[in-house]
Ligand binder design. Sequence first.
Ligand code: NAD
Ligand code: IPM
Ligand code: MN
Length: 349
Amino acid sequence: MKHIAVIPGDGIGVDVTREAVKVLNRAQDVYGFKLEMTHFDWSADKYLKEGVTLPEGALDMFRKEYDAIYVGAFGDPRVPDMKHAEDILLGMRFGLDLYINLRPIKLLDDGLTPLKNRGTKEIDFVIFRENTEGMYVKIGGIFKKDTPEEIAVQEDMNTRAGVERIIVAAFDYAKKNGHKRVTMADKSNVLRYGHDLWQRAFADIAKRYPDIEANTQFVDAVTMWMVLKPDQYDVIVTNNMFGDIITDLGAALQGGLGMASSGNIHPGQVSLFEPVHGSAPKYAGKNVTNPIGAILSAGLMLDYIGYPEAAKGVEAAVIQTIASGEVTRDLGGNLTTTAAGDAICEAMK
Ligand code: NAD
Ligand code: IPM
Ligand code: MN
């Protein structure tokens, strides 16, 4: 039995989490394992009503009592500074030291990509986004706010240990999965301190993996090559900010943000799984958005907690429903979120 925390969050996070939970229930029946899922209503609503974001003691509770955390999305127009998301989502990523943001870019059906003459063979790689440092650490400040002389400083923090461990994770993954190349996306031509460190760490670590080609590209060029020649990539490793940006581009290659899945991982410790997309407020509660990214994230979670067959089964069921056109309107179908989730459950035999 594994213990899962489920945090639907805001907006369409609630809609898609409902479907992911349905699929997790179905997977238990089909593959014969047991999950205990505990729901937490941490959200913009709760923050606005009760002033509560990530309750005191929550991280310790997850470390001690849970195997994984499943999240929908955060973001609400009534909380423009994203205070609750900073406390809850970034609070868990940083507080649980989930340094690997694993974001697969895998096209599941030739018809879904906007790229001409590209299909499932060409679009299949994984992005390792550093998840605990960079510009996300909130070091900085504002001086002379709201004056013409205002100065805003937002530091980009790169530690040797932090950079090394994400690069090692990328190479280890490549080695384990038989990939021939790891590409680092950086901006060392301009960021001569932080990304010089990334370059040196990458070159050092690459020596330990003589069978894997170590390749570096500037991140601006990576955005071009992801569109023009995506088949060159097996594993991309990059920093927090660039990883955020290029994984939305990667989502587009797969058929849109509704398709993209992710894990926030610290190997061997409680880790967090969530779709790449946000709360898409204009679709909140309308039962129209695509649950696939959320469902595939639940699949990544099943793999992580020790049910790889079930994870494969979830992906196969998703592929089957796409092939039969049982999909939401972002993919050209006419199903509701609920009906698309039902179709995937039905396809899991
Ligand atoms: P978003 O991902 O919420 O939505 C952007 C657009 O992508 C949508 O308008 C829609 O066209 C499409 N889309 C996203 N998810 C979809 C789905 N499941 N099915 C079909 N189409 C989908 O990004 P945004 O509009 O930039 O941000 C909205 C809010 O979400 C903001 O508050 C933002 O900060 C937050 N956000 C949260 C997370 C997270 O919790 N991990 C991630 C990204 C954005
Ligand atoms: C993501 C999101 C988050 C990020 C936000 C909501 C904090 O865009 O998960 O990609 O920037 O990491
Ligand atoms: Mn993002």
